[in-house]
Design a protein around this ligand. Structure first.
Ligand code: AMP
Ligand code: MG
Length: 488
């Protein structure tokens, strides 16, 4: 039976770990709250009554004005490598884990408030999030989920009229975020760097017990080695999924790397419009450390930092062997995803070259990535008009299409069934920056309709939604000026 927030099955298994792992701290209330967005799909995961979003108690419970029995709020401690630089202590400087809710299928969900106020880990920050950044994270998480890519989810955005100062004055908001756990690579790095190997073991045991229970049949140390290997596998597959969908995270610091292989901490991310291998979504990333095409190797680098933090649990030989598997896992997954995007039902050794050649055409012509593959999903040998409309270099496109035609012929590809498969692999809609920007601009005037419109649309991005073609369009002129940075 769906229930109000405060009556859900609250627990907090993380709070049963010793206090070395967190600070007990509740949200600092914000004034004049209003509900900006509410996601009934995420509510269903918690068995939360979808009507609860509209009740004052819902806002009061999130704001810390009303104590939720059994919730035990806390802020976790972690460290991390930020842009390659070791930072010995970070922690939840503005996120507060209210607790876990045991959901409908008995699975546990962390309910975390982003922007909940200062904690011991806030350093110079105010502990707040601005409306703009909560909208970007809310929509991105749901869009990622719609694409079938592992991610944190978002339950709601709560707005306030409290001023928050970034480059300019903005207003505060709370994002209610869900994940099976928010533990990061950096959570392990912190304890390892302080020589607290018992804490590293305790945290590893907690994560394995709660989230990798299938490994519990293995005895230590084999269990830890298998777990580390699985984290590497998940990370490699996540990097492949991002690459295939044209997504760049923007801030792949080790404190933003989920131990579950989820997309975590959406800040200055971007889905590409025009294909550009060197795409840098984050305006503050001058060197392009986290450029689109750097992500696979950064994922590996981050896994190596995790391996160092686990040195008391995983032998160097096992760690090296696990890291050595990363590349093959990434490439295998990449091949699978790109074959699906091309509608290939079989595998041939030259498929990689076929993909690389096409990406070269898209890169050199700065062709819209999502639109091109969507059009290719309806391509037939005698009809390439829609593709030529997008690629200026007709000879190069024809050269590639000739090889593609032969490849399709060799596997006896049938247009109708290939089209159907490809339309499930190549989304019509992704959360383009300009779409998020429109929703933000409206929200800043108090109109939240577009947030909900985009949430619903991006939930089924492979469907045609014929009345919503404008949301699949290339960025308008004004959008060239959008710059997203770490400021959030
Ligand atoms: P992020 O770049 O959002 O992943 O955050 C990096 C670190 O800075 C984390 O430890 C955050 O908790 C902290 N942080 C970011 N923004 C704020 C803020 N406004 N107040 C306090 N801490 C913050
Ligand atoms: Mg972060």
């Amino acid at each position: 039976m769906p229930r109000p927030l405060k009556d859900l099955r609250w627990d907090n298994s993380f709070a049963r770990l010793p206090e070395t792992f967190y600070q007990r701290v509740g949200p600092t209330p914000l004034p004049n709250l209003s509900l900006v967005a509410f996601n009934p799909d995420a509510a269903a995961l918690l068995d939360l009554d979808p009507a609860d979003g509209a009740r004052p108690d819902f806002l009061a419970a999130l704001n810390g004005d009303l104590v939720i029995p059994g919730s035990q709020p806390l802020a976790t401690i972690y460290a991390g490598h930020q842009f390659g630089v070791w930072v010995p202590e970070l922690g939840d400087g503005r996120a507060i884990l209210l607790g876990e809710v045991i959901g409908r299928q008995h699975q546990r969900w962390d309910v975390q408030l982003k922007g909940g106020g200062p904690t011991r880990f806030s350093r110079m920050g105010d502990g707040r999030a601005v409306l703009r950044s909560t909208i970007r994270e809310y929509l991105a998480g749901e869009a990622m989920h719609g694409l079938g890519i592992p991610t944190t989810r978002a339950l709601a955005i709560v707005g306030s009229d409290a001023p928050v100062y970034r480059e300019q004055a903005e207003t505060a908001a709370l994002l209610v975020r869900l994940a099976p756990t928010h533990v990061r690579f950096g959570s392990f790095e912190l304890f390892a760097s302080r020589g607290m190997t018992d804490a590293v073991t305790q945290l590893a045991d907690y994560v394995i017990d709660m989230h990798f229970a299938h490994l519990l049949t293995l005895a230590a140390p084999a269990r830890y080695a298998a777990w580390y290997r699985e984290v590497i596998d998940r990370t490699a597959r996540l990097m492949a999924a991002w690459t295939a969908t044209g997504f760049a995270h923007g801030v792949m610091n080790t404190d933003n790397m989920s131990i579950l292989g989820l997309t975590l901490d959406y800040g200055p991310y971007g889905w590409m419009d025009a294909y550009d291998r060197g795409f840098i979504p984050n305006h503050s990333d001058a060197s392009g450390r986290y450029a689109f095409d750097q992500q696979p190797q950064v994922g590996l680098w981050n896994c190596a930092r995790l391996g160092e933090a686990l040195h008391s649990l995983v032998s160097e030989d096992d760690a090296v062997a696990a890291l050595a598997s990363y590349r093959a896992t990434f490439e295998l997954e990449m091949d699978r995803l790109m074959r699906a995007k091309l509608g290939l039902a079989t595998a041939e050794p030259t498929d990689g070259a076929l993909v690389a050649e096409l990406l070269g055409v898209l890169h050199d012509g700065r062709v819209d990535y999502t639109r091109f593959f969507r059009s290719l999903s309806r391509y037939a040998t005698n009809n390439a008009i829609a593709l030529h409309a997008q690629v200026a270099d007709a000879d190069r496109l024809n050269g590639w299409l000739a090889r593609y035609d032969q490849r399709l012929l060799r596997e006896g590809s049938i247009d109708a069934s290939r089209h159907e498969r490809m339309l499930r692999a190549n989304p019509k809609f992704v959360l383009r920056n300009w779409l998020a920007q429109e929703a933000i601009a409206d929200a800043e005037t108090g109109n939240y309709e577009r947030i909900e419109k985009l949430r619903v649309l991006l939930k089924t991005p492979f469907d045609e939604h014929p009345d919503d073609d404008r949301y699949a369009a290339k960025p308008p002129e004004w959008a060239q000026e959008i710059a997203v940075s770490c400021s959030s």
